[in-house]
Design a protein around this ligand. Structure first.
Ligand code: PLP
Length: 383
């Protein structure tokens, strides 16, 4: 059994049509092998068309997009930034790049994402100290939509901009609108494990009323903050964050199959849901299908804390069978580097999800047989 072909959590999946190679070939044919060119410009345009964002800047990563969002919001030394605790460290690292101070916010049991209640508590706590945070970073983990309208309302009340980390949720729709378009800034990632990949890359979505200027400023900062003069002239520090024209070509091709990928990811989720329906210890991640469409980037389950089967048992059992599975993100306030920062608790939801969650293989190249292979192995743990 162990020598069967490996099943991955989520691996790159190029289009059957070869769209990506078409765009790359154009770049080669015209010698636009540079961090600028038609693919970069068009990728930004096409992302705006697909998501409904007002403007976008193509960058080297999702992390650099969060960093520039914080730069555009003028986050500076000692400023406070509220950030969802249950997430990948990339959501929080850019706060540290600017020497600002994160305050971590616990999640909500219904969405696994930022708890509006804990967010309000955080605003009140800091208001008492006379401190207004510079930004709130909210994440749509695994493609599950956060309660973004409630969060937006609270942020509006406290006059604080939102950076929406949609790195995992491209294609997820909340009440008719794509995630990444609710915050002043949204960010996407095209890393190798994401729902579509450009081998590595990211996008800053700009949704502000002055989106043209802000997107232009993001492009300026991403190209070393070089002033428009005949000679090299720099009034501020810049970054080498601009996406390459080759990478953008891959991204453009991948964007054409986004809907197909979402469909397949959801098929995988519903396969697991059906397969585990008689195992009362297993709870599927909440996808709130009434008013949202989850892209189901990773199908994730919670195992009842009193179950004889633990998340690690599932991971090891699958590993024995050459199948990849993983723990859920470990909350930031539990990380040695970040534990010194303030944390607003909502009953330990993030820790509960980390302790009891498992991310199951959600690779879009999986066949029906692969899905059955995975779910049957997991089911044997409850025999
Ligand atoms: C992947 C990811 C990022 C970072 O994106 P990169 O392109 O890898 O820099 C940020 N936030 C979350 C939640 C992610 O999953």
């Amino acid at each position: 059994m162990g020598n069967k072909e490996r099943i991955f959590l989520a691996s790159p999946h190029m289009s059957d049509e070869g769209y990506e190679q078409g765009y790359i070939k154009e770049a080669f044919d015209t010698n636009w092998i540079a961090p600028l060119g038609e693919n970069v410009n068009n990728f930004e345009k096409e992302i705006c068309e697909v998501t409904g964002a007002k403007d976008a800047a193509a960058l080297v990563s999702g992390t650099s997009a969060i960093h520039l969002a914080l730069k555009l919001l003028e986050v500076k030394k000692s400023d406070i930034v509220f950030c969802q605790s249950l997430t990948f460290s990339a959501s929080a690292n850019p706060i540290i790049y600017e020497n600002a101070t994160p305050v971590f916010i616990d999640s909500d049991r219904d969405t696994w994402n930022m708890s509006p209640k804990a967010l309000e508590t955080a605003f009140e706590k800091y208001k008492e100290k006379g401190i207004k945070p510079k930004a709130v970073i909210v994440v749509h983990l695994y493609g599950i939509c956060a309660k973004i309208d409630e969060i937006a309302e609270i942020c509006k009340k406290y006059d604080t901009p939102i950076v929406e980390d949609a790195a995992e949720s491209l294609g997820s729709i909340y009440k008719g609108r794509m995630t990444g378009t609710f915050g002043d800034y949204g960010i996407l990632s095209f890393n190798g494990n994401k729902i579509i990949t450009s081998s590595g890359g990211g996008m800053l979505l700009v949704n502000t009323s002055d989106s043209k200027e802000k997107a232009a400023r993001a492009r300026f900062l991403s190209t070393q903050a070089r002033e428009n003069k005949r000679y090299y002239y720099h009034k501020e520090v810049g970054y080498n964050y601009r996406m390459s024209n080759i990478v953008a070509g891959i991204g453009r091709g991948q964007l054409k199959v986004l809907d197909k990928r979402v469909e397949k990811k959801r098929e995988i989720y519903f396969h697991y849901k059906e397969a585990f329906k008689d195992i009362s210890d297993i709870e599927m991640m909440p996808i709130n299908d009434e008013d949202t469409r989850c892209n189901c980037w990773l199908s994730t389950i919670l195992i009842d804390e009193n179950s004889k089967v633990k998340p690690l048992d599932v991971i090891l059992k699958l590993e024995e069978n050459n199948i990849e599975a993983r723990h859920v993100w470990n909350p930031m306030h539990k990380q040695p580097f970040f534990e010194k920062y303030d944390y607003i608790d909502n009953g330990g939801v993030g820790e509960y999800i980390f302790n009891n969650g498992v991310c199951l293989p959600s690779d879009t190249k999986m066949t029906k047989e692969d899905m059955e292979r995975v779910s049957n192995i997991i089911k044997t743990l409850w025999d």
